[in-house]
Design a protein around this ligand. Structure first.
Ligand SMILES: *Cc1c(COP(=O)(O)O)cnc(C)c1O
Length: 394
């Protein structure tokens, strides 16, 4: 088959490839422990599930407005106001089939051939592919573990050209767990305004912040920055609703309208029932998030403690999200080969950093039980010792 030109640069998701291989091995009876998960491991909250049952009984199973039911768009506005003091009207909000869909649509609406999209590296796997699918060019801005994976103003300035159109920010970050603090966001925002850059702020991990840190949205820093920024979020990570596919974005009303038109001719509305479930999720008491956060912080600390003891590993202590990005370059093995070996020899699944733009790292998710964290890393400790003694064929 001869495929359309737009597919030429797009690669399959390495994350999905590795997790499906891990699942296959598990099905064959291997004792696989997976640190691959990109989703919370706990169940969807009961009030959210109850809403689905109510929707079914009431026959809420037909088309809804393409850009989302008014009730959900209003709930999203309230959320932005409560969490960040951001004032949006429902006309500035569009509901999509996941935050990934929100990002995809936004990039389709804003960017095309000749446009450059600035992407700090390591990055979430889909950003470069979304740029390619829009015919735009991703421009990667390096960040370094020694600098906390923070985007440095000098590095940003160096990457800007007359074609730069969009800057993607992802704080807290998947895969590094790094965040951007207010001072840094102000500096970055100043540069964005000077160069007329549109900021896309992917804030899907906003509630997963450790050490008492507070989330800051670049859109909240000034009216000028709010005008230039699209805030993307969703219920997948915050409320363990990944399969229900609800994401949203807020920003310039004219752009939001264009996204609505794109949805009119592609997906139509996100699933009716999921939208009502998202309304229920956004109405959950704050204590729900606090409980989840406490669990994740405990696991994170334990995982860092255990990984720090592995010879040749340099884990980055995350400030947010639920991943540990670990430098494994001292083992002398590139990330994909490393992950293949780990899965085949000791049946532990982790994600190669190469798919996030760093072949020196692998990503451990701590959206897994403490028991799995203990046992999985114990296996790695043994394996790494063999490596050192040269007992392995390496
Ligand atoms: C998971 C994730 C998303 C997308 O989540 P949806 O399930 O599509 O809402 C977007 N950005 C990052 C960084 C993610 O990790």
């Amino acid at each position: 088959m001869k495929f359309a030109e737009r597919m030429a640069k797009v690669s399959p998701s390495a994350t999905l490839k590795l997790t499906s291989k891990a699942k296959e091995m598990k099905a064959k009876g291997f004792p696989v422990i997976s640190f691959g998960a990109g989703e919370p491991d706990f169940d969807t909250p009961q009030p959210v599930k109850d809403e689905a049952v109510k929707c079914l009984a009431a026959g809420f199973t037909k088309y809804t407005p393409t850009s989302g039911i008014p009730e959900l768009r209003e709930a999203v506005c309230r959320k932005f106001k409560e969490d960040q003091g951001l004032d949006y009207t429902p006309e500035q909000v569009v509901i999509s089939c996941g935050a990934k869909h929100s990002l995809y649509n936004l990039i389709q609406v804003l960017c095309g051939p000749g446009d450059e999209i600035l992407i700090p590296t390591p990055y979430w796997v889909s950003y470069p592919e979304m740029a390619y699918l829009a015919g735009a060019k991703p421009v990667f801005i390096p960040t370094h573990q020694s600098e906390g994976f923070r985007l440095k103003p000098e590095a940003l300035k160096k990457a800007i050209t007359p074609h730069s159109k969009v800057l993607i920010l992802n704080s807290p970050s998947n895969p590094t767990g790094a965040i951007l603090e207010e001072k840094e966001l102000r500096e970055i925002g100043q540069i964005a305004l000077e160069h007329n850059l549109i900021c896309i702020s992917d804030e899907i991990y906003e509630y997963y912040l450790y050490g008492g840190r507070k989330h800051v949205s670049i859109a909240s820093l000034s009216p000028e920055l709010k005008k230039n920024t699209f805030v993307v979020n969703g219920t997948s990570k915050s409320y363990s609703m990944t399969g229900l596919r609800i994401g949203y974005l807020a920003g310039d009303a004219e752009t939001v309208k264009k996204i609505g038109i794109l949805q009119d001719h592609s997906t139509s509305n996100p699933t009716s029932i999921s939208q009502k479930m998202a309304v229920a999720a956004l109405a959950l008491p704050k204590s729900y998030r606090a409980d989840v956060l406490k669990k994740f912080e405990t696991r994170m600390k334990r995982m860092i403690e255990l990984l720090s003891a592995v010879k040749g590993f340099k884990p980055f202590t995350p400030e947010g999200a639920f991943y540990v990005f670990c430098d494994i370059s001292a083992t002398g093995i590139a990330s994909e080969a490393f992950c293949d070996q780990l899965l085949e020899k000791i049946h532990v699944a982790v994600i190669p950093g190469k798919s996030f733009g760093s072949d020196k790292h692998v990503r451990f998710s701590f959206a897994s039980s403490e028991k799995d964290i203990e046992e999985g890393i114990a296996r790695i400790v043994d394996w790494a010792q063999c490596l050192k003694r040269g007992e392995d064929e390496l």
